[in-house]
Design a protein around this ligand. Structure first.
Ligand SMILES: Nc1ncnc2c1ncn2[C@@H]1O[C@H](COP(=O)(O)OP(=O)(O)OP(=O)(O)O)[C@@H](O)[C@H]1O
Length: 304
């Protein structure tokens, strides 16, 4: 399988302002890629460059091996795009608007639109201007998914959606993946991306600061432990464990976080009597926030 998205040293400056700095990235066919970062990190800039809505200052983007500028019409037919600031004619009814957008893409069976609208609990008869932000976002989702595009590019797709509809959205992404479609979605929420993405890129201040599979990120994330001993606690052995942080001892109970695998911890525990042990799921949100810190703070050694 080839790469659907290839970015080479993609750079965008807005006057003297940084937008995106030398982004190298490849997204494979059939992959769900989560593009994470705080507000102003450069996610929308990347997406607009991909779609040739803005032009790079230097570097290049390729979609399906083609230049988005030279092959815009052909490429846009293969893409479902949800803009971060999705806007449509407010005077239209939802159904009218979606039929119009479907016709622009060569037609979509009415049943497909009805099916997606029903799953997202979207009223096709409502006027766009009467819709809440969340319901407008649903219109954006239907138009992005309805024509079964080879590539879905979704900028903050769950923005404004209630939790139930967010779950339906995640189901749609899983179904797209099963059907072999490629998904590139931006977000500032780790948990939603973690639930569906194969790989995650974290962008901060225009630069890619982490790129890995969700599985490997999870391996590197902090595991929190709470261990109650029956005898005295050997605090020195615990404190000497590689990757340990936040160690506190409260009577017979020690609490700490571990950024490595637990093998050495197990060796320490084997020398003691343990009454109970609790380990929490690795917290990717914490890892993510470690990458989120502003550049100065990030120079401090990070637990992640
Ligand atoms: N048209 C523009 N003119 C000037 N600066 C811009 C423009 N668009 C974006 N920027 C700047 O580029 C940087 C990246 O913005 P971008 O919108 O790509 O971030 P983002 O990660 O999508 O954030 P958000 O979630 O807030 O949309 C920010 O500093 C932003 O102020």
């Amino acid at each position: 399988m080839g790469d659907v998205i290839q970015l080479e040293k993609l750079t965008k400056t807005y006057g003297s302002r940084r937008g995106l700095v030398e982004l190298d990235l490849a997204v494979a066919e059939g992959e769900v890629f989560g593009f994470l970062g705080p507000n102003g990190a450069g996610k929308s800039t990347t997406i607009r460059l991909l779609l040739d809505l803005i032009r790079p200052t230097s570097g290049q983007a390729r979609l399906f091996g083609r230049d988005p500028r030279e092959h815009a019409v052909e490429l846009h037919r293969r893409i479902g795009y949800l803009a971060g600031d999705f806007v449509v004619n407010p005077r239209q009814r939802v159904g009218e608007c979606l039929t119009f957008l479907a016709d622009l893409r060569g037609g979509v069976p009415r049943t497909r639109i009805e099916h997606l609208a029903a799953r997202l609990d979207l009223d096709l008869a409502a006027r766009i201007k009467a819709l809440s932000k969340g319901n407008r976002q649903k219109v954006g989702l239907v138009q992005a998914f309805m024509h079964h595009p080879d590539l879905l590019i979704l900028d903050e797709p769950t923005s404004g959606l209630d939790p139930l509809v967010q779950q339906t959205f995640l189901d749609l992404v899983r179904e797209a993946k099963t059907a072999g479609q490629t998904v590139f979605m931006s977000s500032h929420i780790m948990t939603e991306v973690e639930a569906v993405a194969d790989r995650v890129g974290i962008i901060r201040e225009g630069r890619l600061v982490a790129l890995d599979t969700v599985a490997r990120l999870r391996d590197h994330a902090l595991h929190r432990f709470e261990i109650t001993f029956t005898g005295p606690i050997d605090q020195a052995s615990l404190a000497a464990l590689p990757g340990i942080s936040d160690l506190t001892v409260d009577g017979p109970t020690a609490r700490f976080a571990l950024a490595t695998d637990p093998n050495e911890l197990i060796q320490v525990l084997a020398r003691h009597q343990v009454a109970s042990l609790r380990a929490s799921e690795p917290d990717l949100e914490e890892l993510f926030f470690a990458y989120y810190q502003p550049a100065e703070a990030a120079k401090e050694p990070s637990r992640a």
